[in-house]
Design a protein around this ligand. Sequence first.
Ligand code: HEM
Length: 487
Amino acid sequence: MTMKTLSTSAGAPVADDNNSISAGERGPLTYDNHYLFEKLAHFNRERIPERVVHARGTGAYGNFTVSKGMKDYTIARFLQQPGQKTEVFVRFSTVGGGQDSSDYARDPRGFAVKFYTEQGNFDLVGNNTPVFFLSDPIKFPDFVHSQKKNPRTNLPDPAAMFEFWANHPQSLHQMTILMSDRGIPYSYRHMHGFSSHTLSFWNSKGERYWVKWHFKSNQGIKTVTNAEAAAMPSFGAQQDLVDAIDRGDFPSWAVKVQIMSEAQARTYHINPFDLTKIWPHGDFPLIEIGALELNRNVKNYFAETEQAAFAPSNLVPGIGASPDKMLQARLLAYQDAHRYRVGVNANQIPVNAPKCPVNHYQRDGAMAGMCPAHGGGNNQDDGVNFYPNDRTAQGAPAPDAATGAPPLPLLEDAWVKAYDTSEADHYTQAGDLYRLMSEDQKNQLTGNIADGLAQASPSIQERMLGQFTKADTDYAMRVKKAIGQRT
Ligand code: HEM
């Protein structure tokens, strides 16, 4: 291979990359050190803001292969025929810690999948849990503040976490999962993924279905205890994934959906759009539709994983959102985060760029023109930049009404107002989960809760015990006993 000449970022050859130019051997540096200034200035700007949540993560490419065509339910082209393959990029993450925190925090894990479909990117930005702590997005910033570090000490603050949970019984179900023996995955390969939210499908007849997505790990579930987690290297889950893919041991997940018709949703006893609730499998069985495999590591962590921008608003014809209030807010929040964190043209970066042509009338902004998929690159050259125009016959893009979602009737005769759900049933599903646990699992759960709750005030402990009692009296009794053993 011929040796390459080192160059400046503008392509000019560099004569010396070891010594700055100085006035005399012992003298000060001079202004003609522009190459030194270029290096230092670029270095100063090497970081972009970390994600405000899910900052620590790791990603890989792979494929989604359909095993059951879904055309009865959706017009989404990538889901029509068994055997259809779609390239994906998946990023796993922890939630609360910063970029340099541990992979082994007791924390939900992000499970974000970008499907590069022929009709644009579909992003399923889920977690490894089927539910979430909240059902109303107005609580999200408060929740995250309470779970991250204390603003004064910059240390973890279990008392603040429980102060939030004591005031928000809607968190009980997810908190029970988090504190259980499943709360710390051994690796990203050994956990399931969930859309958690209800999304939707619609078919060629304009019929809409409500859909929850599940990714079931073919590696099985493997978890660690608090003590085992403390002994793990902080980068262990990332290494596990990179190493497995490098040695050809490709991790995979069975992809399944639960489907509810609009008519069923109207009468089902659980609000299908409440993110704190599951749909029991007995009522809505899992239907296997395909397989997800990860088989290619990134070549550059920053370019691909760090700049990856997943958005619940990345939907394709045949797949829609739902009235889930949390999901509705997320449709806005992620694109906004990307504009701040990565830039207004984040979708032109290769990892985010669709594999299909992108035709639109958006122009300019920082870094415009990076991606050939976007109107041929080069900021769409001299293409017309407004719509409507008289040039659609010459290739100017126009909307396609056939790709639009069927109209959504309001599911109830409703007032526009803030709805108080504090008195809803936050306890039955948490209690059901508790009752499914073995003796050992119940003891691990209640011990993990007591570790943190013992550090909170008596009033917080009392309110939490009130919540556990409503879920299951044995649940409350064991937590109380475990707190007693720690104080
Ligand atoms: C109102 C509720 C929520 C808001 C406002 C919110 C907001 C955010 C924001 C701002 C980010 C950083 C995005 C970025 O910089 O690229 C993020 C990341 C993420 N969120 Fe949420 N979030 C919410 C709820 C949820 C829920 C319920 C889930 C899972 C079911 C979830 C899963 C994720 C994942 C997996 C990531 C990381 C994506 C990646 O790997 O880049 N979030 N969230």
